[in-house]
Design a protein around this ligand. Structure first.
Ligand code: ADP
Ligand code: ADP
Ligand code: MG
Length: 473
């Protein structure tokens, strides 16, 4: 039961979501997102096929899927990121479509391309759209063409240290050196003056080359204390596209990784929300986008917004959008992937209530957030009205060192932000995990902070919180 109640237009939209073309879907992922997609398939009467590494043989996604195929040993490169193994599993499974989840192959054009030559539908945008948004320079160029404001900086990549310096002087320090192929918060370095740029240029270039196989970089104005605000878009293969409101994701760790996300951004005016939504749709259409995607922006205190990048996949934080729109994004992804029209128009979409997601990770806040592994001996989860937990963990699950440390997403929804924050605090209070360290104690302290409670946030919030906390110790 969605909370708050749906309007008749929403109910019509959710009722008509019956993809006719898809019979069997392989989920090329693991963890909570694999469970999320498998459940959506079952609800729609679609068979699901899981893939798993040997380390994951007892994992929840393997248990709840209709069938499961082992794709290799524990390491990602041998299993979930082994293209030949995953494609072989697709072939053996007889699936007519593949859902990539997030991470892994979700933004790899060569994966989507390989599936298409096999006659298997990739549940995501067309190959050309993935390529168009594939690196930060071409994505920015697409945004400029779509008349969407972008963060000031170099037009495309810089080819030398001198060019980087020239750009930096033009836009003014501080600037960021950004790997065009970076992602997940990696490959971004702040530079405060010319001396630092000279010192760091070569280092950043070789780091980018080593991490992403591409050393190319952009120079971008460092927006001081911005908000990260992103727009969810969804398009069908008949030229229809809607935006499903925004998510505010300014609560990020020092590595630019999101920790808490919410929808809507309570302080955004309706006028700016509409302008951002329309800009996001223009940008997505510019590259021929279909299916679900997210256009990320930075927003300053005066509600000026600047395009950052587009994530051409379902995002970790999609549940908060589902909670405030009442729509099931995975159902809708499956629907449009089967060639059907979007069952909803822009004018049908209303945002109701307030939803917050906290990422629960197996990381030890007392050891600088080092990953924590081992067997979970106690797992007592919060519940009650407006509480949703997307996870693959049960008591007895063993956390191995091979994969992303995110083990659950706690999503709370209430009529307004203040009540949602209270519900989040209460839910975090109830959450008990033993056997491994988690970030739950850290999240409990974070959401008590007056700036978090008042919503006076920026991407600098966590850094400030951490330095205040260490000053107390
Ligand atoms: P966003 O939050 O914008 O979707 P992120 O970069 O935070 O983007 O999330 C994608 C990241 O999630 C990937 O870079 C990867 O490290 C991680 N990831 C990928 N697959 C999984 C998974 N199954 N469970 C948890 N984390 C994953
Ligand atoms: P990624 O591909 O790693 O997600 P993004 O370009 O989306 O990279 O940026 C991730 C985060 O880094 C943003 O949410 C923001 O906190 C910070 N960031 C990126 N670009 C800028 C900028 N120009 N000025 C200030 N902060 C930025
Ligand atoms: Mg990003």
């Amino acid at each position: 039961m969605p909370y708050p109640p749906l309007s008749p237009a929403h109910i019509r939209a959710t009722r008509s979501t019956k993809p006719t073309m898809l019979k069997r879907v392989l989920i090329a992922n693991r963890g909570e997102i694999a469970c999320r997609v498998i459940r959506a398939c079952r609800e729609l009467g679609i068979e699901s096929v899981a893939i798993y590494s040997r380390a994951d043989k007892d994992s929840l996604h393997v248990q709840i899927a209709d069938r499961a195929i082992c794709v290799g040993e524990a390491t990602n490169t041998d299993s979930y990121l082994n293209l030949a193994h995953v494609l072989m599993a697709v072939e053996i499974s007889g699936a007519d479509a593949v859902h990539p989840g997030y991470g892994y192959f979700s933004e790899r054009a060569n994966f989507a391309e390989a599936l298409s030559t096999m006659g298997v539908k990739f549940i995501g945008p067309p190959v050309k759209a993935i390529e168009g948004m594939g690196d930060k320079a071409s994505a920015k160029a697409a945004a400029i063409q779509a008349k969407c404001p972008v963060v000031p900086g170099s037009q495309g990549v810089v080819s030398s240290e001198n060019e980087a310096l020239e750009e930096a002087f033009k836009i003014g320090f501080p600037v960021l050196l950004k790997a065009v192929a970076g992602g997940g918060g990696r490959g971004i370095r702040r530079v405060d003056d010319a001396k630092e740029l000279t010192r760091l240029y070569k280092l950043c270039e070789s780091e980018a080359q080593a991490s992403f196989g591409n050393g190319e970089m952009l120079v971008e104005k460092c927006v001081v204390e911005p908000r990260h605000v992103e727009i969810q878009v969804l398009g069908d293969e008949h030229g229809n596209m809607v935006y499903l409101g925004e998510r505010e994701c300014s609560v990020q760790n020092l590595r630019h990784q999101k920790i808490i996300e919410e929808a809507p951004f309570a302080l955004l005016s309706d006028k700016t929300r509409k302008r951002m939504g329309e800009a996001a749709v223009r940008v997505a259409k510019q590259v021929g986008y279909t299916n679900a995607g997210t256009v990320e922006f930075l927003v300053d205190k005066d509600e000026n917004f600047y395009f950052l990048e587009m994530n051409t996949r379902l995002q970790v934080e999609h549940p908060v959008t589902e909670e405030v729109t009442g729509l099931d994004l995975v159902h809708l992804q499956l629907l449009v992937a089967s060639g059907e029209k979007l069952p909803i128009k822009q004018s049908d979409i209303e945002l109701k209530g307030h939803s917050i997601e906290a990422r629960i990770t197996a990381q030890d806040p007392d050891k600088d957030f080092a990953p924590s592994t081992g067997k979970i001996t106690r797992w007592v989860t919060p519940g009650g009205r407006g509480v949703r937990l997307d996870t693959y963990i049960t008591a007895g699950t063993t956390i191995t060192p091979f994969y992303d440390p995110m083990i659950a997403k706690l999503i709370v929804t209430a009529p307004d932000r203040e009540q949602a924050v209270a519900r989040l605090r209460s839910a975090l209070h109830e959450f008990e995990v033993e056997g491994i360290a988690t970030n739950i104690p850290f999240l409990r302290r974070l959401v008590k902070h007056p700036d978090y409670r008042s919503g006076e946030l920026s991407t600098a919030f966590v850094g400030r919180f951490l330095s205040e906390a260490s000053a107390v110790v």
